[in-house]
Write a protein that binds this ligand. Structure first.
Ligand SMILES: Cc1cc2nc3c(=O)[nH]c(=O)nc-3n(C[C@H](O)[C@H](O)[C@H](O)COP(=O)(O)OP(=O)(O)OC[C@H]3O[C@@H](n4cnc5c(N)ncnc54)[C@H](O)[C@@H]3O)c2cc1C
Length: 288
């Protein structure tokens, strides 16, 4: 399971999203006040798929820079590329570098209705090769992987073949899509290692706290909801507090099992909810 024979402590990191353009920024800073207290190894900041076209990248840069300079933790900027031109990417890299942010999660992103892709980048691998060519090793590059296969891929083996191309283009670490059944992650990891993918892989865990939220996510990314979790959702769907605590317990159990299997890291999709991040951090901190 470990990428190298000499295992290091598992990484523990968070994902947050910046507020929408019309919303004030202070909400995210209140969230960060609490999340940074939990001393994650890094915090990644999502970027709307519209990228430079709708200006969502500016808020991503602003929040990632604040994580780095105001909170003195490692910030990672997500960069979904299909709606970016090469010039947009270079401008974003310059701004991030000027602010001391040296970690990028390089993504393709998804098509946005009514927005024509810019055609400079078709896959995340195009973006990764471009960043490596222009910025050499000045950025650490992260990329996404999919334990159950990406929703557009015909099957997991094909997706892993494409993942290998992406990693070969210059990826340092992978972060996985959310999953609720660890068996998918272990099977994916075995196949990825056999395919020669040797970079560390962090397991993406989303604590479920709301039935609608999870049904939306599952439809979008195709993750399987195990029977035992469907039962929890059905029983507690109209009791928000009980569902939240059940979601935290389920995610914690998943993480304990992943850590016992020697996973390289846990990436918590916090949904900007410090309460949930704190409860999970407190339970697993000594296990890392
Ligand atoms: C950890 C994580 C964070 C994310 N953050 C964001 C975010 O902030 N903003 C956002 O908009 N989206 C985000 N996403 C969603 C992501 O943009 C979508 O899942 C998107 O559909 C695929 O992005 P990718 O970078 O994995 O694409 P790619 O690696 O380009 O893969 C997309 C599809 O193309 C196939 N493929 C890849 N390379 C090739 C190739 N060379 N030839 C043929 N086929 C190929 C793959 O098998 C896959 O089916 C995130 C996803 C994850 C897992």
């Amino acid at each position: 399971m470990p990428a190298t024979a000499e295992r290091q402590r598992a990484i523990f990191s968070f994902e947050i999203f910046p507020p929408k353009r019309e919303m004030p920024m202070d909400t995210v800073y209140r969230t960060l006040d609490e999340l940074t207290d939990l001393e994650p190894d890094f915090i990644s900041v999502t970027c709307g798929a519209g990228g430079s076209a709708d200006g969502s990248n500016h808020r991503t840069i602003e929040v990632a820079s604040a994580i780095q300079n105001k909170y003195h933790r490692e910030g990672i900027a997500h960069l979904p590329c299909i709606h970016f031109s090469r010039a947009d990417v270079l401008a974003m890299l310059d701004e991030l570098e000027a602010n001391g942010v040296r970690k990028i999660l390089a993504l393709r992103g998804d098509r946005v209705p009514d927005l024509t892709p810019k055609e400079d980048f078709h896959h995340a691998s195009d973006l990764i090769a471009f960043i490596r060519a222009h910025a050499k090793d000045r950025f650490q590059i992260f990329a996404a992987c999919y334990p159950e296969g990406h929703i557009e891929a015909p099957d997991l083996d094909t997706d892993i073949g494409n993942l290998r191309k992406k990693v070969d283009a210059g990826v340092d670490r992978l972060i996985s899509q959310l999953f609720f059944d660890n068996a998918f992650f272990y099977d994916f990891l075995n196949k990825a290692r056999k395919a020669g993918i040797n970079v560390p892989v962090e397991a993406g865990i989303m604590p479920v706290t709301n039935k609608k939220q999870i049904e939306r996510m599952v439809t979008l990314c195709g993750a399987t909801l195990p029977r035992k979790f469907q039962r929890v959702l059905a029983k507690y769907e109209s009791q928000p507090e009980a569902l939240r605590e059940a979601g935290i317990a389920f995610a914690t159990e998943q993480i304990v099992d992943l850590l016992a299997h020697g996973v390289d890291g846990i990436h918590l999709y916090t949904m900007n909810n410090p309460y949930i991040a704190r409860k999970i951090s407190e339970s697993i901190r000594t296990l890392l």
